[in-house]
Design a binder for this molecule. Structure first.
Ligand code: COA
Length: 393
C-alpha cells in the first residue's frame, strides 16, 4: 500500500526583516548574508505567536471537518516547545477541533524530530489502512542579537496529513539513518537562545549526508541518476547547496545542471523565511513542489534530514500525479506578499518580548491577523484565542 503526504501546509507570521538592512546594521558586507549564507529575508515572530499558534495556523488550513473527526494521531515536533511536561499536541487537538480519541505526542531531537514523526506516521498508516495522522513541525530559531547565528534565525510551522494513497508524495521504505553523540548545537532548559558551534555543525551535517548517501547507494543499488531532485534541511540555504555539491560529481553534466536548478526551486521560500528547525526540510520540499518547472508524477526526490546532537536520515519520496491538489493554492506566495517589513530597530525591540517568566500578562495582538494568537498568561497558563470566534460570542 502506498502511504505518504496527502496534504502539506505552511505558516509563518506576518512580519520580517530584510537581511541587507541587518548586514548594514551589523557592519557586514550584505553579500556575506545574501550569497555566503544564502538568506535574503528573515521571519520575525511577534509575542502573539508561539510554536503552538503557528502549528495551529498551519494545520487549520489543510484540515476538512472529516479530517478532524477521523485523525487518529497528532505528532507535534519541536525543539522550542512551551512546556517541559505537557505536550503541544494536546493544545493543537483543542484549537483544531480534532476528536478526543486521537493520540497526542510531542517529539524532540533538534531539527530531526519532524522526520521521525513522518516515518512513524507512515508506519502507523501502513499497519492501519484508512488511518489519518497529522504531523506538525513548528519552531522559532533564536541565536541572539548580533551573534554569528543571528542571520540564520527565523520561524514557522509545516503541517502534513499522512494517509494511504496520498495526493502529494509517497514515502518510500528506503530510509538510512544514523546518530552520534555530538555537541554542535544545543539549548539547555534555562536558555531561550541556542548555543551553537556553527562551523563544526556545518561539517557534521555534510559528513552525515555523505555517509548516509553512500550507505543508501549500497543498500538500494540506486545512483544519483535515479533522483530528479533533492531537498535538504536548510538551517540556511548555503548549507544544502554545499551538501548537494558534495555528490554532484557523480552526475553527468546535464543531470548536475538539472539538480542545481531543482535545488534553486527548493530554496526559494527558505531564503525568505530563514530557519524553522524541525520544519525546514519540509518548507524546502514545499518550495520545490511549488517552484519546480519540471516535477511530475513518478519523479523521485531524495530528502536529507539533519538534527544537531546529532541524527541524520536520508530517504526518498515519489511525486504523485495530483500533487498540486494536496497544496494550498498560492499559500506561501500570499503569505510572503502580505508580510510587513520591520526596521532593524523594531526587530531588536521585538526580540526581547518573547513570553518568559510566570507573571500574568496580556499580549497586544491587534496587529496580528492570524486566526490563532497567544493573548497572554493567566495563572501560568498560556491563553490562546481563535480570532474568528473571538468577540462573536
Ligand atoms: N561575499 C560573499 N560571501 C561571503 C562574504 C562576502 N562578502 N563574506 C563571507 N562570505 C562567505 C564565507 O566565505 C562563507 O562561505 P563558505 O562557508 O562557503 O566558505 C560564508 O559566507 C559564511 O562565512 P563565515 O565566516 O563562515 O560566517 P560566520 O563565521 O559568521 O558563521 C554560520 C556562519 C552559518 C556558521 C553561523 O551563522 C551559524 O553558526 N549559524 C547557525 C548554524 C546552525 O544553525 N547550525 C545548526 C543546525 S544544522
Amino acid at each position: 500500500m502506498a502511504v505518504g503526504i496527502d496534504k502539506l501546509s505552511f505558516f509563518s507570521p506576518n512580519q520580517y526583516i530584510d537581511l541587507t538592512e541587518l548586514a548594514k546594521r551589523r557592519d557586514t558586507d550584505p553579500n556575506k548574508y545574501l550569497i555566503g549564507i544564502g538568506q535574503s529575508e528573515q521571519a520575525v515572530i511577534p509575542a502573539s505567536q508561539d510554536v503552538i499558534t503557528m502549528a495551529a495556523n498551519a494545520a487549520d488550513q489543510l484540515l476538512t471537518e472529516a479530517d478532524r473527526s477521523e485523525i487518529s494521531m497528532i505528532m507535534f515536533a519541536t525543539e522550542s516547545g512551551i512546556d517541559n511536561s505537557k505536550s503541544g499536541a494536546v493544545y493543537l487537538q483543542t484549537l483544531l477541533g480534532i476528536n478526543r480519541y486521537a493520540r497526542t505526542i510531542e517529539l524532540k531531537q533538534a531539527c530531526y524530530a519532524g522526520t521521525y514523526g513522518l516515518m512513524q506516521a507512515r508506519d502507523y498508516v501502513a499497519l492501519n489502512p484508512g488511518a489519518k495522522v497529522l504531523v506538525v513541525a513548528s519552531d522559532i530559531a533564536r541565536y541572539g542579537l548580533a551573534t554569528a547565528g543571528e542571520v540564520t534565525q527565523g520561524g514557522g510551522a509545516v503541517a502534513m496529513l499522512v494517509t494511504e494513497n496520498p495526493k502529494v508524495m509517497t514515502l518510500e521504505r528506503d530510509s538510512q539513518f544514523m546518530s552520534q553523540d555530538l555537541m554542535d548545537f544545543w539549548r539547555p532548559v534555562y536558555a531561550t537562545d541556542a548555543l551553537v558551534d556553527g562551523h563544526f555543525s556545518q561539517d557534521v551535517y555534510r559528513e552525515f549526508f555523505k555517509e548516509l548517501w553512500q550507505r543508501y547507494r549500497e543498500q538500494t543499488g540506486r545512483t544519483i541518476a535515479d533522483f530528479q531532485a533533492f531537498a535538504f534541511h536548510l538551517p540556511y540555504t548555503k548549507q544544502g547547496l554545499k551538501a548537494l555539491k558534495d555528490i554532484l560529481p557523480e552526475a553527468n553534466a546535464e543531470h548536475a545542471e538539472h539538480l542545481l536548478a531543482e535545488f534553486e526551486a527548493s530554496r526559494v521560500f527558505n531564503k525568505r523565511i530563514g530557519n524553522l528547525y524541525t520544519g525546514s526540510l519540509y518548507l524546502s520540499l514545499l518550495s520545490l513542489l511549488v517552484n519546480s518547472a519540471t516535477l511530475k508524477a513518478g519523479y523521485r526526490i531524495g530528502l536529507f534530514s539533519y538534527g544537531s546532537g546529532a541524527e541524520g536520515e536520508f530517504y526518498s519520496g515519489l511525486v504523485q500525479a495530483e500533487f498540486k491538489k494536496g497544496l494550498i493554492n498560492e499559500q506561501v506566495e500570499r503569505l510572503l506578499s502580505e508580510r510587513r517589513k520591520m526596521t532593524i530597530e523594531q526587530y531588536e525591540k521585538n526580540y526581547g518580548q518573547a513570553l518568559n517568566g510566570p507573571l500574568d500578562r496580556e499580549i497586544d495582538f491587534k496587529d496580528d491577523p492570524a486566526k490563532f494568537v497567544l493573548a497572554g498568561l493567566v495563572n501560568q497558563q498560556r491563553q490562546y484565542i481563535n480570532q474568528q470566534n473571538h468577540g462573536a460570542e
